[in-house]
Design a binder for this molecule. Structure first.
Ligand SMILES: [Zn+2]
Length: 280
């Protein structure tokens, strides 16, 4: 029995594989979706964005045999919510939710993101015809509270995390990465400080499991100390190197030397170029 009396919950993580961009030159990070399930029902956090991955995620949900009630979207980037329409068609009991701020972000950026994603992924991308509903209170699963942490800044703002106290799980979207180069190219030094402080806040909650929005498929979600240390270290190292480097190439070289095993170097090149836009 768990603390609040119901049967314990479980979590299963799906990771969509590294995706090659249409131009053949870049790759997109492996992206996670987390299924939290009890005896009969399930809640999904983040929905993938490419047809083959949404299909494989749906197959995983089907294998679990629980009734999907809710898809929670952590933030408004397409890679985390584009799959909602396909998934709600396949699982008609499910409704998609996000915070007011995230829904506003999705509406405001819908056209821009659609153009960007079509350019990056062509016919593989699943453009949704739905927008998540605004979640009023927190969510719940079989009597267990699932609380929403409205943290603000991660790679974009607003960003949120879902906390599942019954199993000490946090699903933080792109606030935290696991073995993958982080997207620092959509914000600047002030936002990086806020992002770092938000990671600190999550760390102080001492979760036992944390599922990064972008992670190496084989990386453990339970090595929480390592995950937090690497995420904070990467933000700090990139911020320091961004000040000292004199070119995007130099910035890439410095960070690659510190994080030689991290996946998807395309993100690092993107972030570095955004600091030196006229030099590349
Ligand atoms: Zn993402």
């Amino acid at each position: 029995m768990s603390k609040d009396g119901g049967l314990p919950l479980n979590a299963e993580v799906f990771v969509g594989p590294l995706a090659t961009l249409e131009d053949g030159k870049g790759t997109f990070s492996p992206t996670s979706s987390t299924l939290i399930y009890g005896e009969t029902d399930a809640v999904l956090v983040d929905a993938q964005h490419l047809h083959p991955d949404i299909k494989a995620l749906g197959d995983m949900i089907e294998r679990r045999g629980r009734r999907l009630t809710t898809i929670y979207v952590t933030h408004g980037h397409a890679d985390h919510y584009y799959g909602i329409t396909e998934l709600m068609r396949r699982f008609p009991t499910a409704r998609a939710f996000a915070t007011r701020g995230v829904v506003d972000y999705i509406r405001e950026n819908a056209d821009f993101q659609e153009r960007q994603w079509r350019q990056m992924f062509g016919s593989r991308v699943a453009i949704p015809s739905d927008i998540p509903e605004v979640v009023d209170d927190g969510l719940s699963l079989e009597g267990h509270a699932l609380s929403i942490l409205e943290l603000g800044q991660a790679d974009i703002a607003p960003s949120t995390a879902l906390h599942v106290p019954a199993i000490d799980l946090i699903v933080p979207g792109d606030l935290v990465y696991n073995g993958i180069h982080m997207m620092l190219g959509l914000s600047g030094p002030k936002q990086w400080d806020e992002w770092y402080a938000n990671v600190d806040k999550l760390e102080r909650m001492k979760p036992k499991m944390i599922v990064a929005g972008h992670k190496k498929p084989e990386a453990s979600d339970r090595e929480v100390e390592r995950i937090f240390a690497e995420t904070k270290g990467y933000i700090r190292d990139f911020a320091d190197a961004a000040v000292q480097a004199t070119s995007a190439e130099e910035l890439v070289t410095v960070i690659t030397a510190k994080y030689p095993d991290f996946g998807n170097p395309w993100t690092l090149r993107f972030s570095a170029r955004s600091r030196f836009p006229r030099r590349v």
